[in-house]
Design a protein around this ligand. Structure first.
Ligand code: JHZ
Ligand code: SAH
Ligand code: ZN
Length: 437
């Protein structure tokens, strides 16, 4: 894989046809990379976003020299259909003591995770010694309610600063990456878990074989492994290509998750579509034969077949829609600049790294990004070097246009920023298409 990946580095047309490689045994416009990270099957590359920085590496203004870049491109496995990145960023470059993303920055997400906690408390924790483990517990957004209910729990979270925030809310956290050895240690020292839960974390972990062995070591008989992540079906439907960045190594479908679960000795027993983060699916997984899959599993698999979600033509069409959004967005922002309009952005999201770097946006087109996260403020966005300021800067002097990078939180943000609208401000959205509202 490395040699082909190297060969494509610095391509002039990142999303275009790699003509030099078109003869690699296929009729489609793709390059065949080597092996699927899940099953070892052949990978077919479809969409290439070119050179990209770490999406959450907000840089100090005097430290722009040493940024890390990698080639961001998406491939699909010809055997198990898992959609995945072709280059893996080492985990400790992304998730370290100062990892800046704080889950609790959105009131909608706080409510979402409180409901998740209560669902487990109400219907999954039926054993004598209930125990829930969360992988990627971040600032404790979900486990806080479990802790408040007095239920035994443990968050496994490698990023130190957010782990500390969780501890300050009364949540127990082990600062570590979850993998087979961590799970075995937890099982030995704390006992086995009724529920292992992860939100927006499993798709971040390339080594899922180790994760499943760890789940097997840690889960009680009859226990359940539940995870929710961005759904490739929504990404294709909405052309939300900004869900593709370093941290999102996998883009799951029910089909690919079921194949993965079966490969590792588990069954996919339930799926639930979720509206959060632009569209996700919550997958429930149990050891093979322990639970009966719900009708929702069969229904989502059938829907994916009907939509031809795993067909090369679908993924190629997605690539074409991505290029259209890029062209439309660049044209709009260029026009606004020529007209002398003021344009800022809202939400220094990880997602926006792909938008800004793929579309070539910088401070000349978007003067700053407003964001509530202290660890991002007064830094520059990765690769694109747009300054990040606290929302007071936005409110004290509204721009004429605001590019909504946190479009997944649109309802919450637009309600909180009614003053911007009242002052004549307009939002720019680019998912599912570029428009001004
Ligand atoms: P938000 C991160 O993605 C990274 P991002 C990660 N890979 C992932 O999967 C998801 O989270 C879960 C700010 N904000 O949630 C806070 C305001 O300023 O879309 C955040 O910086 N005002 C783990 O970064 C950003 O916007 C507000 O009112 O794409 C939102 O980031 C609100 C609501 C948010 O995730
Ligand atoms: N569950 C929260 C946080 C998502 S952010 C939410 O949905 O909002 C992803 C989190 O996973 C980060 O805090 C990151 O540090 C953590 N993480 C990344 N790799 C991990 C691993 N191997 N084990 C446990 N946590 C991990
Ligand atoms: Zn595969």
């Amino acid at each position: 894989m490395e040699s082909i990946a190297e060969g494509l580095r610095g391509t002039a047309d990142p999303l275009g046809v790699h003509k030099g490689f078109a003869a690699v045994g296929c009729a489609h416009r793709f390059v065949r990379m080597s092996a699927c990270r899940i099953c070892g099957g052949n990978l077919t590359e479809y969409v290439d976003f070119g050179r990209q920085p770490l999406s959450d590496a907000f840089v100090k203004p005097d430290q722009t020299e040493n940024e890390f870049f990698f080639r961001l491109a998406v491939a699909m496995c010809e055997a198990c259909t898992m959609v995945q990145l072709v280059e893996e960023v080492p985990r400790d470059r992304m998730f370290h003591h100062d990892y800046p993303y704080q889950s609790s920055g959105s009131s909608v997400m706080r409510k979402h995770f409180e409901l998740v906690a209560h669902r487990f408390l109400d219907s999954e924790l039926t054993s004598d010694d209930p125990f829930i483990v969360e992988i990627g517990s971040n600032d404790g957004i979900m486990l806080k309610a479990v802790s408040d209910a007095g239920i035994k729990h443990l968050g496994v979270e490698p990023s130190g600063a957010v782990g500390e925030m969780a501890r300050s809310k009364g949540v127990r956290v082990r600062t570590a990456f979850f993998e087979e050895s961590t799970a075995t240690e937890i099982a030995e020292s704390e006992g086995h878990a009724d529920v292992i839960y992860a939100a927006n974390t499993i798709c971040h972990i390339p080594y899922l074989d180790s994760i499943f062995r760890g789940v097997d070591a840690l889960l009680k008989p009859g226990g359940v492994f539940v995870f929710e992540d961005p759904y490739f079906g929504d990404i294709v439907e909405k052309t939300s290509f900004d869900q593709i960045y370093d941290e999102h190594f996998y883009l799951f479908t029910a089909r690919s998750v079921r194949a993965m679960a079966q490969r590792f000795g588990f069954d996919l027993v339930d799926v639930e579509r979720l509206p959060v983060h632009g569209g996700e699916v919550r997958y429930s997984i149990s050891r093979q034969g322990e639970r009966t899959p719900t009708a929702a599993v069969a229904a989502l698999l059938a829907e994916e077949d009907e939509r031809r979600l795993a067909e090369p033509a679908t993924v190629e069409a997605f690539g074409a829609s991505v290029r259209k959004i890029r062209d439309d967005l660049v044209a709009l922002l260029t026009k606004l600049k020529e007209e002398g309009r003021t344009v800022a952005a809202y939400g220094a999201t990880a997602k926006s790294a792909t938008v800004a770097n793929y579309c070539g946006l910088g401070p000349e087109l978007v003067s700053y990004v407003s964001d509530t996260t202290p660890a991002k403020q007064h830094r520059l966005t990765p690769g694109s070097h747009i300054p990040v300021y606290p929302p007071e800067v936005f409110r004290e002097n509204y721009p004429e246009y605001a590019l909504l990078f946190a479009w997944n939180h649109a309802d919450e943000i637009m309600a909180n920023e009614q003053g911007f609208r009242d002052a004549g401000g307009k939002w720019i959205l680019y998912v599912p298409e570029v428009r001004v509202v």
